[in-house]
Design a protein around this ligand. Structure first.
Ligand SMILES: Cc1cc2nc3c(=O)[nH]c(=O)nc-3n(C[C@H](O)[C@H](O)[C@H](O)COP(=O)(O)O)c2cc1C
Ligand SMILES: Nc1ncnc2c1ncn2[C@@H]1O[C@H](COP(=O)(O)OP(=O)(O)O)[C@@H](O)[C@H]1O
Ligand SMILES: [Mg+2]
Length: 139
């Protein structure tokens, strides 16, 4: 993907509220304009990189771009899970992301019982990768 690393920023908007409630994985959702501005070669799928909220610290992140086949969303979304524990929600704040690399295409799952442990396992693997290796990540 020639457009990587890809940098973008936007205000955090509300999604369906499923990330924290159903999966235990909050995802900060970008507005439609940010999703629509993605370069054509940044295809749907799961990516990793770096993120910061406002002028806060930079943390590792994973970002999901697409229609969430399990939930069959009608609108394409771009949702970032930051690998950091925040004291409170940050809706309305500016999220800055640097997408570094591609992990995999979006998948469908038979049930939440498969989706949730798969995502948690994937996130744990990305967390363990050190800052240098993240540029050649394959999980
Ligand atoms: C690292 C990561 C990988 C994901 N992979 C998939 C996937 O393969 N298939 C899918 O349907 N949804 C996937 N999701 C998206 C979740 O379904 C989504 O985060 C959830 O629906 C939350 O939506 P909400 O922000 O509207 O609450 C992934 C999310 C993350 C953070
Ligand atoms: N580590 C984190 N990564 C992403 N968002 C987080 C994190 N911790 C707290 N949040 C908050 O949780 C919200 C996302 O939760 P989620 O359940 O996905 O709701 P929504 O469907 O509205 O996006 C974010 O907008 C943000 O305010
Ligand atoms: Mg979300």
């Amino acid at each position: 993907m020639r457009s990587l690393p890809y940098f973008c920023r936007g205000q955090v908007v509300r999604g369906f509220g499923r990330g924290s409630k159903q999966l235990g994985i909050p995802t900060a959702n970008f507005p439609e304009q940010v999703v629509d501005s993605l370069p054509a070669d940044v295809s749907t799928g799961i990516y990793y990189g770096w993120a910061s909220v406002g002028s806060g610290d930079v943390h590792k992140m994973v970002v999901s771009i697409g229609w969430n086949p399990y939930y069959k969303n009608m609108k394409k979304s771009m949702e970032t899970h930051i690998m950091h524990t925040f004291k409170e929600d940050f809706y309305g704040e500016i999220l800055n992301v640097a997408i570094v690399g591609y992990l995999r295409p979006e998948k469908n799952f038979d049930s939440l019982g498969f989706l949730s442990p798969f995502l948690n396992g994937e996130i744990e693997k990305v967390k363990k990768v050190n800052m240098v290796d993240i540029f050649s990540l394959q999980v």
